[in-house]
Ligand binder design. Structure first.
Ligand code: TXA
Ligand code: MG
Length: 363
């Protein structure tokens, strides 16, 4: 299959119209959102949904998010509680996914047989226009091969999906660069299953409190039951080995530099993913500046693309600077820990497991 790429900045109407036609014909279309690129299919067509799993190599027991173009559409897919409605008013359109009791007609292929369904209304104009053109809710995981870092540019999607899908809509770089917050509202209390740009603090502001699942910053134990099936799989990992360096100020840079030297001494071509504040400490070591530590968004938005770039540049090992696991930093650390297979080197000053983990955030 030939994969066509349409640049939405130049051909918005043609791209959206063709995308909508392909989706209603049961085909897959990759599209930009404000978080990461999605791999979409008609969410009410079980055969189309199954082809998403085949294209990604995704385990069938990992459920998908249904994307809508208007808030009211959620009512036809799930039972929207009062809490959910308040969160929709506060954060939709935007990077918040809510897990709610599903309506009977939602295909089991979407929910992996669960009684709940995840719904989200993206704020990206191209994404919303595409969903409206398709005329149905769009089931869409991130548009990467299963296990790899999520795509934040159309080139990343092409890398993973070339020849497998008919169309990629190119909307440039994604704004947040990390996937949406996933919040379960179907249990006895709201629980953040995956942190994102809508932070625990922001959710607590609306609901009074919000708890964060233990597994957000810790590996699952053997036999442990999972609230979100996606949490048990290897994730966000480039080919290169990734190790996190944690600490504050000089201790962080010293830890990262020592780690670099150890890896380099093993003959590994090594790269430090550093920051504006630390890079000058690394001297002649290979280092790129991801962003500014006082502006976590600048770092989050490029994490996945820098991990992919490290592979493209042939690095064997990546030393990744940790961020404090609060607010957006919690979303960063959730991805970074998985990319690193939970390997963390601690410098002086701070432990990675902050109070935000497995605990309750009060308003
Ligand atoms: O930002 C995003 O959310 C992107 C864009 C494309 O919208 N999508 C995305 O989808 O990240 P995906 O499939 O890569 O991640 C969805 C996560 C998975 O961890 C999955 O297990 C969880 O949401 N999930 C989906 N349905 C669920 C459900 N009914 N109960 C619990 N977790 C669910
Ligand atoms: Mg994903």
């Amino acid at each position: 299959m030939k994969t066509q790429v349409i640049d939405l900045s130049r051909e918005f109407d043609r791209g959206v119209a063709l995308g909508g036609r392909l989706l209603s014909a049961g085909k897959l279309v990759a599209f930009p959102t404000e978080t990461v690129y999605g791999l979409g299919a008609n969410g009410l067509d079980p055969e189309a949904v199954k082809s998403i799993f085949a294209a990604k190599g995704r385990p069938m027991d990992n459920p998908l998010i249904l994307h809508v173009s208007q808030k009211e559409e959620a009512d036809s897919l799930c039972i929207v509680s009062g809490e959910a409605r308040r969160l929709m008013e506060a954060f939709w359109p935007g990077p918040l996914t809510m897990v709610l009791p599903k309506r009977p007609h939602i295909p089991g292929a979407v929910t992996a047989g669960l009684s709940t369904v995840a719904v989200r209304m993206p704020s990206h104009e191209g994404a919303r226009a595409l969903i409206a053109a398709a005329g149905c809710p769009i089931a869409a995981p991130s548009a990467n091969l299963s296990g790899k870092p999520s795509p934040t540019r159309a080139e990343h999607v092409l890398e993973d999906m070339d020849g497998k899908i008919p169309l990629i809509l190119d909307g440039g770089s994604c704004d947040w660069g990390l996937e949406s917050t996933v919040l379960s509202l179907s249990g006895p209390e709201p629980v953040i299953l995956r942190p994102g740009a809508v932070t625990p603090e922001m959710i607590a502001e609306v609901l009074g409190s919000a708890s964060v699942a233990q597994s957000v910053l810790t590996p699952l134990k053997e036999g442990e039951t999972v609230l979100s099936p996606g949490m048990k799989y290897k994730h966000y990992a480039p080919r290169a080995e990734v190790i996190l360096a944690d600490g504050e100020g000089d201790a962080l840079a010293e830890t990262a530099a020592a780690l670099y030297d150890r890896l380099a001494a093993q003959g590994k071509k090594t790269l430090i993913l550093g920051s504006r504040q630390t890079c000058r400490f690394y001297g002649r070591r290979n280092c790129v500046i991801m962003g500014d530590r006082t502006d976590p968004k600048s770092i989050c938005s490029v994490l996945f693309s820098f991990l992919r770039q490290a592979d493209a540049d042939g690095y064997d090992a990546v030393v990744l600077e940790a961020l404090p696991p609060q607010a957006l930093g919690l979303a960063f650390m959730n991805r970074a820990l998985r990319a690193a297979g939970f390997r963390v080197e601690h410098g002086a000053g701070r432990e990675v497991k902050g109070s935000a983990t497995g605990g309750m955030i009060e308003k």
